[in-house]
Design a protein around this ligand. Structure first.
Ligand code: ZN
Length: 333
């Protein structure tokens, strides 16, 4: 079967509800499936008993955070994706554009895994009163995330409107990690963004077709690639997650696949709300609101909102830059 046929089958609501392979929609293995947070990472960072909080408020240990997967996908292209990122995190930096795509594939795999897990819980047939309708727009966006992940199956060329690849990715160096086992994860499922830090490399991925790269190629305060403290990385992640949740547009795609290769082309931008008032410009993001941001920052940084929000000025404080706009240096340990 062609890669796009596998993808179409994987994103069907019935495939998710019936717990088919999350990567191809085929018959799942009888094993435990694919670990969303891979075993090498659980081992390296001792995460087996650490938990991820789900949208319904419950939490699940990473070791049980699995999605149905077939043997071919598990031992085939998904293990290629896993093998690709390990040297990057080991080195602690990204050295080429190809490595951005390698990371993008891995982060899209994690995002798809979490989204499928959440969606299958939503579709749980044992709870007939729960919602059983996944919005078609969600399936569309899940498919766009698959474009990135599935590019590990076959040589793929991308033609995108805003950036080289159909996603946004920001990377930072986090100074003075205690060791390579330090791990930080946060997600915004509404915005389809995921932030992960392993040791000194922190990366934030957004399944947005590259919109954030268009409006802010160097990220919040232009700090792309900067050396940040742990707190600063959490703050920058919160700001990117919040921006991701403001996205109000998507893309139309043209895809072509031969036996040897895949081409994925972004055709145009589709805004959910249409044109900005009195303008011929499409609305891509809803308006930024510092009060809303303060709740996001408080949540992602695990601090009281009064610490991040200046009530008098109605703006969020920042740990990232000083009043001159310069990066606040990490105090020496
Ligand atoms: Zn499969």
């Amino acid at each position: 079967m062609k890669v796009f046929e596998l993808t179409d089958r994987a994103v069907l609501e019935s495939s998710i509800a019936n717990k088919r392979c999350f990567a191809c929609g085929g018959a799942p293995s009888t094993g435990i499936g694919e670990h969303v947070i891979p075993k090498w990472l659980q081992t390296q960072c001792n995460l087996f008993d650490k938990r991820l909080t789900l949208l319904n408020g419950t939490s699940i240990p990473y070791r049980k955070l699995t999605v149905p997967c077939c043997v071919d996908c598990n031992t085939g292209f998904l293990s290629t994706i896993e093998a690709g990122v390990q040297p990057i995190f080991h080195r602690g930096s990204i050295s080429s554009d190809e490595e951005k795509l390698t990371l993008g594939r891995w982060l899209s795999k994690i995002l798809i895994g979490i989204l499928v897990k959440e969606t299958s819980l939503l579709l749980d047939r044992s709870k007939p009163s729960s919602s059983t309708i996944v919005p078609p727009s969600f399936i569309d966006e899940l498919q766009h995330c698959h474009f990135v992940m599935q590019s590990a199956r076959k040589p793929t060329s991308f033609r995108c409107i805003h950036s080289e690849y159909p996603f946004s990715l920001y990377a930072y160096t986090v100074s003075n990690p205690r060791n390579n086992a330090e791990f930080d994860l946060s997600t915004n499922l509404a915005g389809q963004s995921v932030s992960i830090r392993i040791g000194q490399l922190g990366v934030i991925f957004i399944n947005d077709g590259g919109f954030q790269m268009e409006v802010g190629p160097t990220g919040p305060f232009g700090l792309l690639g900067a050396e940040l403290s742990r707190t600063q990385f959490r703050e920058i992640s919160a700001r990117v997650h919040y921006k991701a949740a403001l996205r109000d547009a998507t893309h139309s795609y043209l895809t072509f696949e031969s036996d040897e290769s895949i081409q994925i082309e972004q055709l145009n931008v589709r805004s959910f709300s249409g044109y900005l008032p009195g303008s011929n410009e499409l609305q891509i993001f809803r308006d930024w609101n510092e009060t809303e941001l303060s709740y996001a920052m408080s949540g992602y940084m695990a601090v009281d909102r009064s610490i991040v929000f200046d009530e008098a000025a109605q703006v969020c404080r920042t740990s990232l830059i000083d009043q001159q706009g310069k990066l606040i240096a990490e105090p020496k340990p």
